[in-house]
Write a protein that binds this ligand. Structure first.
Ligand SMILES: [Fe+2]
Length: 308
């Protein structure tokens, strides 16, 4: 197994202002599968081609935003080792017992220097993707909504992104695929990091307020799917931020929109594949426009300022 340690983004725990409205959005418009509800009233979802039980957990709260982003690690020994390494880095950790989240094993939670909470876990029930593991078909019929393949990554806003890059690269085994420099040509405005061969599994943008969510992102399998996602958003009067367009960073084709609570989400396709030995790509401050929106070549104000 070449990918060890941290395997992939596993789930996001998201706050919504109105649970029913949130469920309607993520189930009926995005087309995620509702997987269950727990005794805290949280609602669990997964995308069709994900095999583990859940990748998005909604809870109702007075303020939108992200409670935590979680990564699946390869096994329990890795969970123990990474917890010790995170503590050695200078952060405190807590254990959340198995079963606190539906069908999910013990989690290690910690707060990163950007103010965000991250969780690591090794076990989650494999419920499959609706097709057998022996002689499967190629997709499941009767799907609805935008119908992403999987939850893919988050882009988070907060301070101290140099420290968080150090945490993710030196402790959690990620590598930086792309960075955007500040006006000084030296410090980072943004870092994009991978724990796999995806162009990014997580990204951070420097922002004075800690712990903010810029977007959570769902993968589609084609550019046509991105266009269709925009159609479905318009049919359902979803508030679209920008797109369909393409990023210079990662080269993904994309559309950004807001859920009914104001959490930004992305549906995207494509982007390059990368490997840990690839030279990182750097964008200078004067090219931040095409780095983010390759066609418009400039940022819209919302992209920089609206976070949840
Ligand atoms: Fe994204």
């Amino acid at each position: 197994m070449a990918i060890t340690g941290v395997l992939r983004p596993g789930h996001v725990r998201l706050r919504v202002l109105d649970l029913d409205e949130g469920v309607r959005h993520y189930r009926d418009v995005l087309g995620l599968q509702e997987m269950g509800r727990d005794d805290q009233g949280r609602v669990y979802f997964k995308a069709w081609d994900e095999r583990d039980h859940n990748s998005l957990v909604l809870r109702e709260a007075d303020e939108a935003g992200m409670d935590a982003m979680a990564f699946k690690v390869s096994d329990k020994a890795t969970l123990d080792k990474l917890e010790a390494d995170i503590q050695a880095f200078g952060l405190s950790t807590e254990r959340i017992p198995a079963g606190e989240m539906l069908e999910t094993g013990e989690r290690v939670i910690f707060q990163a220097p950007t103010g965000h909470f991250f969780e690591l876990y090794a076990e989650k029930t494999d419920v499959g993707n609706g097709m057998p593991y022996v002689n499967p078909e190629v997709w499941v019929q009767d799907q609805k909504g935008i119908n992403p393949v999987r939850y893919d990554h988050c882009l988070l806003y907060g301070p101290n992104i140099d420290q968080v890059e150090k945490l993710f690269t030196e402790v959690l085994g990620f590598y930086t695929t792309e960075n955007v420099l500040m006006e000084d040509g030296n410090s980072n405005l943004a870092v994009f990091m991978s724990c796999s061969n995806k162009a990014h599994d997580i990204a951070f943008v420097m922002h004075p307020e800690p712990g903010k969510l810029h977007h959570l992102s769902f993968l589609l399998d084609s550019w046509e799917g991105v266009l269709k996602a925009a159609d479905i958003m318009s049919m359902n009067r979803v508030s679209i931020d920008i797109g369909p367009t393409r990023h210079g960073i990662t080269r993904g084709t994309t559309i950004y929109a807001f859920d009914p609570s104001g959490n930004r989400f992305e549906t995207f396709a494509g982007g390059y594949q990368t490997y840990p030995d690839n030279h990182r790509i750097t964008w200078t401050f004067d090219q931040v426009g095409p780095a983010i929106f390759y066609h418009d070549r400039q940022l819209n104000e919302r992209f920089l300022s609206v976070v949840s």
